[in-house]
Design a protein around this ligand. Structure first.
Ligand SMILES: [Zn+2]
Length: 303
């Protein structure tokens, strides 16, 4: 874990110009996108991890501490997704209200369907960055709806005078999500049961919702880089099961996926787990649009 270096004493929050907008800091751009949709012009959002970065591993910067110092609300994925950087940033923020358990903190996983929850004793020594279940749950639109409701409730709690606005924006978000999900499910229906290998274990919720069959991962364990022996196992798996696609999150080196593709004929496809993964994925809806369209294009090109 990188140590935070704070060269200057934080300016006093009181010295900042007064702003009527609620300051919402999120770990992920996905949560910022949903908070923007629900908060409208009553909030301003800032995401710590950009969508093109691995949300498990972000370099903490002093500027993040400053953002957190002034935040009214912090929204995090929880399940230890942000373990490597968020707790020290919160500690250094000198902002009591955004500590976990306090009024200005929202664990977005609450109420969501979280898959792969472990049974039995969990220790980090297991060498896994998913110790409490899969933390990439926002890739299922049904969880997106839950997150939007949680954000609306939290914003209404912090800012009761905006309650009607938040409820109206939530209704609009849910209506759009329902319509888009119908469209996405229809597009993906012909590919029900398609087998895929993914680099990181980012996709169980997406795969469940859109009925894909994730057969394996290039990482031997979440957060552990590829090894020659595991790569060989994946090559054999892809050959045996005739798996057409290898989905790779944008922040991983394509060397091993490309090598596996060269041995198997599978197609390597960059798949974006987060908003902001590329400039034409500016919000929660366009991420599904982009991934689904590129998935279908890749499958059609294999025919
Ligand atoms: Zn992960």
């Amino acid at each position: 874990m990188k140590k935070l270096l704070l060269f200057a004493i934080l300016p006093l929050a009181a010295a900042a110009p007064a702003s009527a907008k609620l300051k919402v800091v999120t770990s992920l751009q996905d949560f910022a996108s949903i908070a923007d949709a629900i908060g409208g012009n009553r909030v301003e959002t800032f995401a710590i991890a950009k969508g093109y970065q691995d949300s498990h591993f972000v370099d903490p910067k002093p500027s993040f501490v400053l953002k957190l110092n002034r935040a009214d609300l912090l929204i995090a994925a929880g399940l230890e997704l942000e373990l490597g950087y968020l707790p020290p940033l919160i500690d250094q923020s000198r902002n009591e209200k955004i500590h976990p358990g306090n009024r200005g903190y929202l664990d977005a996983s609450i109420g969501c369907e979280v898959l792969q929850r472990p049974t039995g004793i969990v220790t980090r020594a297991m060498g896994d960055v998913h110790p409490f279940g899969n933390p990439h749950y926002w890739t299922d639109p049904d969880n997106g709806r839950v997150i939007a409701r949680s954000i609306a409730a939290k914003l209404s709690n912090i800012d009761p005078s905006g309650r009607a606005d938040y409820q109206r924006n939530l209704a609009a978000f849910e209506a759009k999500l329902a319509a888009k999900d119908k469209e996405w499910l229809a597009k993906m229906a012909p590919y029900t049961g398609t087998k895929v290998v993914t680099f990181h274990n980012s996709w169980p919720n997406f795969a469940k919702h859109f009925k894909l069959d994730v057969r394996g991962h290039i990482e031997p364990k979440p957060g552990i880089p590829p090894t020659p022996s595991h790569t060989l196992e994946i090559i054999n798996l892809i050959k045996t099961e005739k798996i057409p696609l290898i989905l790779v999150e944008p922040y991983f080196d394509k060397k091993t996926p490309n090598y596996i593709a060269s041995k198997t004929g599978a197609t390597v496809l960059t798949f974006y787990p987060s908003v902001g993964g590329r400039p034409d994925i500016p919000d929660y809806f366009s991420r599904f649009d982009y991934d689904i369209d590129s998935f279908i294009k890749a499958m059609k090109e294999r025919r």
